[in-house]
Design a protein around this ligand. Structure first.
Ligand code: HGY
Ligand code: MN
Ligand code: MN
Length: 444
């Protein structure tokens, strides 16, 4: 039974007249169902779990994999079981909508369920299943919202597949270039990958949304860093999401016999790559600030112990809230590459393969998140996101906000990724309250 405070809150009485035009009191929408959220998170973690493993062994549910396809099918069943009708857009994103007036733009909220290889059980999963919790909780409460409430499961958020992330929310935001769907990865063309998850590459333009398509976009996500956990703060209010510049690098040397090629005439692509990896760390660490640089993928050819490597391909990515900083890092790594190429007599090519724009959160959405946390007497802290998210794509279309909950020890993209169950529940409740608060506003 909701407390008096919760009942007053749910009718907006606590927010004061400015935000809540007088209207008949609504039934209470107290809290999401923490047990049901946990059970679903545990069930979802089984799709892509290592054979013979347990929850603690994390998940490999890379976009378009059998595990991803199976998890999506399970989730569609859960939506059906919750009495929600869903649709898959041409980009493979799953949507489910509840109530609201047809004339009002929906409030959109959700996340992703694809993972990195050997990833964790909370990255994306929490925001997705919390969004389902919000729909089910509002539906069960009988509250009639003014705006339709729409949850979304973004396809292909992680950059493992095709080397590009936030790939399908990117399409919704209108970022799709000629030839993108003909890209190949692991023997799979992107257009065929979209078909694997119910997308329709031949009608891909129907997935593009116009600015103003939604009233606001909210995403609940684990912090993936250690700020909240170290401070003992349960709710993070994201002020902005970092920009990401990702380069595809090709280094060409000369493959040769490991036993008969004298050291002084070798043109060893892996020696050059090794120097470039250290140069990325040097360049990223050479100035004050939160910028980061990573080489996460490296392929050696022909990758045989008795052959001097002839070619190496690798990824280089830089992240920062400032595009100016990222441009500076790009110039610095190109200069380093040119010097290494001369020194090793190899050819080094850096191609800027994908960019994520920096995305400031909307002040009005941030304020609504802060008010929701305060209503539940939860301490909240404003912080940037060092991780990329679909939210940074959708920020181009409507007011965006993100709610973070603590990652234990700041670990993520690892089986050791962990968020406490009560923090999951607090995040889901804050998402619920914020959605209802935004629903009471004609504009944000
Ligand atoms: O790569 C990222 O920052 C996100 O976790 N996909
Ligand atoms: Mn991730
Ligand atoms: Mn994520």
């Amino acid at each position: 039974m909701p407390t008096r405070r919760e009942f007053l809150w749910s009718t907006g009485a606590l927010l004061g007249p400015a935000l809540t035009p007088a209207r008949a009191a609504q039934p209470a929408v107290a809290s999401t169902d923490a047990g049901r959220l946990r059970r679903r998170l545990e069930r979802l973690s089984q799709f892509g779990r290592p054979a013979g493993g347990s929850f603690a062994d994390g998940v490999s549910r890379v976009a378009y994999s059998d595990a991803d396809v199976a998890a999506r099918a399970w989730l569609l069943d859960e939506l059906r079981g919750a009495g929600l009708s869903s649709r898959i857009d041409a980009a493979g994103n799953i949507f489910a909508r509840l109530g609201g007036r047809a004339s009002a733009p929906p409030i959109l909220f959700g996340s992703h369920i694809d993972s990195v290889p050997s990833g964790g059980n909370f990255d994306g999963d929490l925001g997705t299943l919390a969004a389902l919790e919000v729909l089910e909780t509002v539906r069960a409460s009988g509250v009639a919202t003014r705006h339709p409430l729409e949850m979304v499961v973004w396809a292909h958020e992680e950059s493992t597949a095709f080397g590009r992330g936030t790939a399908c929310s990117r399409i919704v935001a209108g970022d799709l270039k000629a030839g993108d769907l003909d890209q190949e990865w692991n023997g799979l063309r992107r257009r065929d990958a979209l078909r694997r998850i119910g997308g329709d590459p031949d009608r891909i333009d129907t997935a593009v949304a116009a600015p103003g398509a939604w009233h606001a976009y909210l995403e609940l996500h684990i912090e993936q860093g250690g700020t909240l956990d170290a401070a003992g703060v349960p709710i993070g209010v994201v002020q902005g999401i970092v920009a990401i510049h990702r380069y595809d690098v090709t280094i060409d040397g000369v493959a040769n016999h490991a036993g008969t090629t004298p050291m002084d005439i070798r043109q060893d692509a892996l020696v050059a790559a090794s120097q470039l990896v250290l140069a990325v760390r040097r360049v990223a660490g050479a100035r004050e600030g939160r910028q980061v640089g990573t080489v996460g993928r490296l392929d050696v050819q022909p990758n045989s112990p008795n052959v001097v490597p002839g070619r190496v391909t690798l990824s280089v990515e830089f992240r920062d809230l400032s595009l100016q900083v990222l441009d500076g890092l790009g110039e610095a790594v190109r200069a380093e590459g040119a010097a290494i190429a001369r020194d090793t007599r190899t050819t080094i090519t850096l191609r800027l393969a994908s960019t994520n724009p920096p995305a400031p959160a909307h002040a009005g959405v941030m304020a609504a998140i802060q008010a929701s946390a305060a209503q539940r007497a939860l301490t909240a802290r404003v912080l940037p996101s060092g991780a990329g998210h679909d939210a940074q794509m959708i920020a181009a279309l409507c007011p965006m906000g993100m709610i973070f909950v603590p990652s234990v020890g700041g670990v993520s993209h690892s089986p050791r990724e962990l968020t406490r169950w009560d923090d999951c529940a607090r995040g889901a409740d804050t998402l619920l309250d914020t959605v209802l608060a935004l629903d009471r506003r004609d504009s944000i």
